[in-house]
Structure formats: C-alpha cells, structure tokens
Ligand binder design. Structure first.
Ligand code: NAD
Length: 491
C-alpha cells in the first residue's frame, strides 16, 4: 500500500538521459526547499542501462524497487537507435499497466502564445489510453512490399481509461467530457472505444458527454480551444492531439504528464532528452516540475503542491524564463537560476490562477502487492459462431486469376465471397484503376450462413496453401447478429 505516513513516504526516481539529470536536480532542489516529505530511491534506467546490456533499459533491481514503491518520478530517457531495442518509456508504461496518460494544458501567464495574446484562456486535460492501439508494436512484413501493424483496442482496456477520465473530470468539476475518435472509418476498433465511452457516460449524467471525429477535433482545438475541458482518446490519436495542445500553451517545455495505473503510476515530462542542449544547464525544468506537482497531489501532498505551483506561476508572470521562451528584453536564466528564482518566490501568489493552499490529505490506500497477473475479461453476452475466414495471401496475379484458383479450394463448406486488396474490393466487382500490391484478402464464407468450426477453416487453409503462400488468416465471427469483422470498401 502507499505509505500514508507523510514523514516516510518513499518514491522511486530515475534521472534519465540528456537534460534529464539537470531538470530532475532542479526539481528536487525545489521540492527540498518546499520541505516536501518524500524520500527518494534512485533507480537505474535509461540509455546507459541499455548500453550495459540490459535489453529493456532498466536493471532488475530498478524494476523491483518501482514495483515495491508504486510511484516512479522520471526524467526523459533515450532509446538507442538501430539496436532493435524498445523504448524504456513505453516498456515501463505497458509493463505496469499505467493505462491512463493524463496531460494538463493550461494558459500560463508569462508564456506568450497567440491565444494568450488574444485573451483566450485554455484549460484542457487530455486523457490518452496508454497501453493499447498500435503501441503494442506488433508488426510484421508478410511480403517484401507490405508492412502490417496490429491495432489492439479492447473493451476492458478502453473501459479502464474512460472510467478514469470520467472520475477525474467529476472530481475536477469539469462540465464537458469529449471522446475524440475515428469511428466513422475504423468502425470496430474506434467504434468499440466510442461504445465504451457512452456506456460509462450513462453513470455520469451530470457531465455533458459528446464525441468529435479526431480530424475535426484538431481543427476545433486550434480555432476554439476554450470550448474543450477533458478529452479522452485512444493511444496514437491521443499522442498526436496532446502535442497539438502542448503547442497551444507554449510548447513541450510546459507539458506535464502523469501515467496512472491501479498499482503503479509514473510522472514525467512530455518532452524528450533534448540532446542538442544537454549538459549546458539551460534546459527548462517547468514540464518536469509540473509533472512533479501533479505527483504531489496524487500522493495527497496538497499543501506543498500549491506552494510550489503558486510560486512557479508567479515567477512566470514576473517574466522569469529560461532561454527557450519569454521576452528577449530580459536575460534568460539557466536551469539552476530558474529553480532558485522559484524557491525565492515561495509564499507569493500569482495574479492569475492562484491555487488554494489545502491541507495534506492521506491518499487512498491501494493494494499493489500482486501475486498473479490481473485478468480482464468481459462477460460474453451473445452467442458466438464462425461464419467464414479471411485468407491473406501473397500474389502478384490479377484478381480474376486468383478467384478461379480459390474457387477450386472452396469445397462443399465455403463460398468465395470477395477478394480485396489493401481493403478495396477488386473481385467480383472492382475497377481496373485500383492499384494492387502483392497481398490480397480472399474472403470465404460458409454456405447458407451455416456455422463452421476451426477444423473446417484449417482444411481450407491446407488446401489453399497448395496454390498460395498464406500470410495470415482471420476468422469471421458473428456475435449474436453482429458481424465481428469489417466489409471491404465497395463490398
Ligand atoms: P525532444 O523533446 O528531446 O527535443 C525537441 C526540441 O525541444 C529540441 O530542440 C530540444 O532542445 C527542445 N526541448 C525539449 N525539452 C526541452 C526543455 N525542457 N527545455 C528546453 N528545450 C527543450 O525530442 P527529440 O529530439 O525528438 O527526442 C530526443 C530523445 O528523447 C530521443 O531519444 C527520444 O526517443 C527521447 N524521448 C523520450 C521521451 C520520454 O522519456 N518520455 C519522450 C520523447 C522523446
């Protein structure tokens, strides 16, 4: 459980690579001056750990420490290029199921943007799903010309992050919560996420819930950012939209990020290691400091969080800045001087957006000593049956030639329904103007909708493999009356 004794609360800290140690030292110096009652256990993660031969970028001791303490405060970390290793940042988020990535984007007075100059206030919280989507990184090249990525959107995964977003919006006193999506095109994946959104929305009638297609959302965010409060999105769309929002409030130097899970949470800045300015003591620590402030609130350290945030906001209002922002007429401060200025301004309140200094509150105790992996499975509501199969085959032949060969394999259980290429139907109808690549999807369905079993499908697979390289196959399932597969464009 989180230790609710404020004297001894301990968290794991990883300073990171590049500018990481500089901005982490500055942030911890501010924490120390504000008498933040935390102890730190420094853990080994990042590029130098990869370089020592640890393929996931962290030592086993670091993993155990983080799992024991439940909180990781981290600086940015570099993923070595061209070594085939995966990002330690993404590994950490996924391994510990920090399913909700919360990023707050607020107008900061003293940080000039087109919106601040126009007097348009911004206070947007993006909640991005943090585990699934194409970030599973499950990719294959079935032919020399074709690269495929699997996009996982799951009901339990979507419900976890959406419930978090609604609960957070309610606590924050938000009026509106919006789901950004592309369900008009990705009807099953984004469709499932959107369905979960409205399912959860029913439990929060006091919040205005709506949805916006993600491209329209981007346009609206740059024309009317003040119209949005909390926005929840799938992983990749959330990644892109949150950087757009960072741009609205002054750039990545001001974008904090909290990766929230049921057991372990990670707090970090959105920006990377900034290798171009590393080691010069000129980096802007604001994003990491804001992430740290969010962490203090997460731990119930409301008083220290407010004192530090008020001082930061006051300092920005006074025109105190690092080299990456602010007026050219005032000398920019280096990282250490910027931290010292914030410490000197403790106790001062900003003119805009002063935070009330609340008493510290014990955090809700959370069990995080697990002895088995949590299994998230929804109750099956509908009868499930197999009604066909999509066979993805490699071929550079014309569609009608492929159709003739495939029909010979259909046997007594299957009908050849259609053939598509990159999702566009090319047989039995299609256009000669559709360009083709060397992977086709050949769709077989059962005759008269009769349910099939896996042996039927394997029989077809074996037969078809005599003529084609089968790259992969997907069962066509019916859940009740609902087709659990998409139709080809033009089908
Ligand atoms: P970056 O965010 O490091 O840098 C982009 C630009 O912003 C650079 O010009 C940099 O100088 C500037 N910048 C970033 N943070 C700043 C700060 N605090 N103060 C002043 N200027 C700042 O992005 P990148 O160059 O694409 O990535 C560099 C490395 O960081 C890569 O190895 C990448 O994998 C890694 N990365 C890590 C994380 C993370 O740890 N969460 C996130 C993004 C990128």
């Amino acid at each position: 459980m989180y230790n609710t004794n404020f004297i001894n609360m301990k968290i794991a800290v990883a300073k990171g690579d590049g500018i990481g140690p500089e901005i982490m030292d500055a942030t911890l110096k501010i924490f120390s001056a504000a008498k933040v009652p935390l102890e730190y256990e420094f853990v080994d993660m990042g590029k130098w750990v990869f370089d020592k031969g640890f393929s996931n970028g962290m030592t086993p001791e670091a993993r155990l420490t983080i799992e024991g303490l439940g909180i990781l405060f981290k600086g940015p970390m570099e993923t070595p290029k061209g070594k085939g290793v995966k990002s330690v940042n993404v590994t950490a988020r996924k391994t510990w199921n920090t399913y909700a990535n919360k990023r707050v984007f607020q107008t900061l007075h003293g940080v000039d943007t087109v919106f601040s100059k126009a007097g348009i206030p911004i206070d947007i919280t993006i909640v991005r799903e943090n585990i699934e989507d194409t970030y599973g990184g499950i990719e294959h090249m079935p032919t020399h010309d074709v690269a495929l990525s699997r996009r996982f959107i799951t009901r339990p995964g979507s419900l976890q992050v959406i419930k978090y977003a609604f609960e957070m919006a309610k606590k924050k006193g938000t009026k509106r919560i919006t789901c950004g999506h592309k369900a008009n095109i990705m009807k099953l994946t984004d469709g499932l996420f959107l369905e979960c959104f409205y399912e959860v929305a029913k439990q929060y009638p006091e919040l205005k819930s709506d949805d916006v297609i993600v491209d329209d959302l981007c346009m609206k965010l740059v024309t009317r950012p003040d119209a949005f409060d909390v926005i929840v999105l799938t992983n990749l769309q959330g990644d892109i939209v949150s950087d757009l929002c960072a741009g609205l409030v002054g750039g990545l130097g001001f974008a904090p990020s909290a990766n929230i899970g049921d057991h372990i949470s990670i707090f970090e800045a959105v920006h990377g290691t900034a290798p171009d300015i590393a080691g010069k003591n000129i980096a802007n620590p604001t994003a990491l400091l804001l992430s740290g402030i969010a962490m203090l609130r997460h731990l119930g350290l409301m008083e220290q969080a407010a004192i530090i945030e008020n001082s930061l906001l006051y300092s920005l209002e006074q025109g105190i800045h690092t080299g990456d922002f602010g007026g050219k007429e005032t000398r920019s401060k280096n990282t250490t001087e910027f931290a010292d200025a914030i410490i000197n301004n403790f106790g001062k309140n900003p003119e805009h957006g002063a935070r009330p200094v609340l008493s510290n509150m014990p955090v809700t105790a959370t069990m995080f000593k697990l002895d088995h992996n949590p299994m998230l499975v929804s109750k099956e509501m509908d009868e499930e049956k197999i009604v066909g199969v999509d066979m993805f085959i490699e071929s550079a032949e014309q569609p009608e030639v492929i159709a003739k060969k495939c029909q010979r394999h259909a046997g007594v259980k299957f009908n050849l329904i259609n053939i598509s290429n990159r999702g566009t139907q090319v047989w039995p109808t299609g256009s000669v103007y559709t360009n083709l690549v060397n992977q086709y999807n050949v769709r077989f369905e059962s005759i008269d909708g009769e349910p099939l079993n896996q042996q039927d499908v394997i029989g077809l697979y074996v037969s078809l493999s005599g003529n084609f390289k089968i790259c992969s196959s997907e069962l066509l399932n019916l859940f009740g009356e609902k087709k659990a597969y998409s139709l080809a464009q033009g089908q």
